[in-house]
Design a protein around this ligand. Structure first.
Ligand SMILES: [Cu+2]
Length: 313
């Protein structure tokens, strides 16, 4: 499963449920705190995904942009949900190799493949904005997460564009009202309140999420790839029940534990990188989790400490 955001896994876990992904990020982008006079102006990276007939898509991005501080503006002009996941490729590795690695059942992610952030899945007609710093290199924007059913992911059906990033000046990310931090075991405060630290190879720290549109700093201080999924918990389902359902390889019988139609997610970020993105939340209980595994494989991170409840009110 490497760093594919595993809707298939979700689907296996929650039979009869379609991951229609995030109805989310509001259409107005930008403006989220570009104050602070001396700050360098971010380079704009405009990405659009639209329908191309017969279950195919087309993703457009500029052929080359200046790196450093970048403002990614992703417009979903398709009738299906899409994400704009940025990846960076080392050496001579190709996007096709990357897709193969991401879409394989193996949980490993090769060292030459980097999660460079982006905009998590948004609904048709929506626009999402993310700020991050991009080092120079060869990039692609792909959609591996938004596919429905068991068919090939959208990236294999045209939701893909390659581009080059030239060296630019890194800058401060805009201010964010909320913060989600991914950490590795051993870092201060890692174990989480009242949880035993045994299985906690990684953990989330979260502050400031509120109902409505949130500007969120996703700060990956871990050495591994992570994303942050926020799935509304249904009814009185406990976090333990959510965990069981996610971990189960069997078709579950009862009602689904979380509302995947309204799940919000960030893009996948390499270790030691960060981005500021937008997440529109309704009041209620959410499961905050990560489906990615370590680069060398193993369990998805929700089974290694990255699953916790967040109350939004
Ligand atoms: Cu993770």
């Amino acid at each position: 499963m490497s760093f594919r955001t595993s809707p298939r896994r979700l689907r296996r876990s929650v039979a009869g449920f379609t991951l229609i992904a995030a109805l989310g990020l509001s259409a107005c982008g930008g403006g989220s705190g570009e104050e602070g006079g001396a700050a360098p102006r971010p380079t704009s990276l405009a990405i659009t995904t639209s329908d191309a007939g017969e279950d195919r898509f087309a993703t457009k991005a500029p052929a080359s942009i200046k790196g450093g501080l970048v403002k990614i503006v992703f417009k979903n002009a398709s009738k299906a949900p899409h994400e704009a996941q940025l990846i960076r490729l080392d050496g001579d590795h190709t996007v096709q190799e990357a897709i193969k690695a991401i879409d394989s059942e193996e949980a490993r992610t090769p060292e030459w493949l980097h999660g460079a952030g982006g905009v998590g899945t948004i609904a048709p007609g929506q626009q999402g904005v993310t700020f991050t710093n991009l080092p120079a290199g060869r990039y692609a924007v792909i959609d591996v997460a938004s596919g429905e059913g068991e068919g090939p992911p959208p990236v294999s059906r045209g939701a893909l564009a390659e581009f080059e990033v030239t060296p630019g000046k890194p800058g401060e990310l805009p201010a964010a009202g909320a913060r989600i931090v991914a950490k590795d075991k051993g870092e201060h405060g890692n174990a989480g309140e009242g949880q035993d630290a045994e299985d906690h190879e990684h953990s989330f720290e979260v502050t400031g999420l509120k109902p409505g549109k949130n500007t969120v700093l996703f700060d990956n201080r871990s050495d591994e790839l992570h994303h942050a999924l926020l799935a509304p918990i249904i009814g009185d389902t406990t976090l333990e029940q959510v965990k069981e359902a996610l971990a189960s390889e069997e078709q579950p019988s009862g009602p689904p534990p979380v509302d995947f139609e309204n799940t919000l997610t960030t893009a996948v970020l390499d270790g030691q990188t960060k981005e500021v993105t937008e997440l529109a939340l309704k009041p209620g209980r959410y499961a905050l989790l990560c489906f990615i595994s370590d680069r060398d494989g193993g369990k998805p991170h929700f089974a290694e400490g990255m699953l916790r409840e967040v109350m939004v009110r």
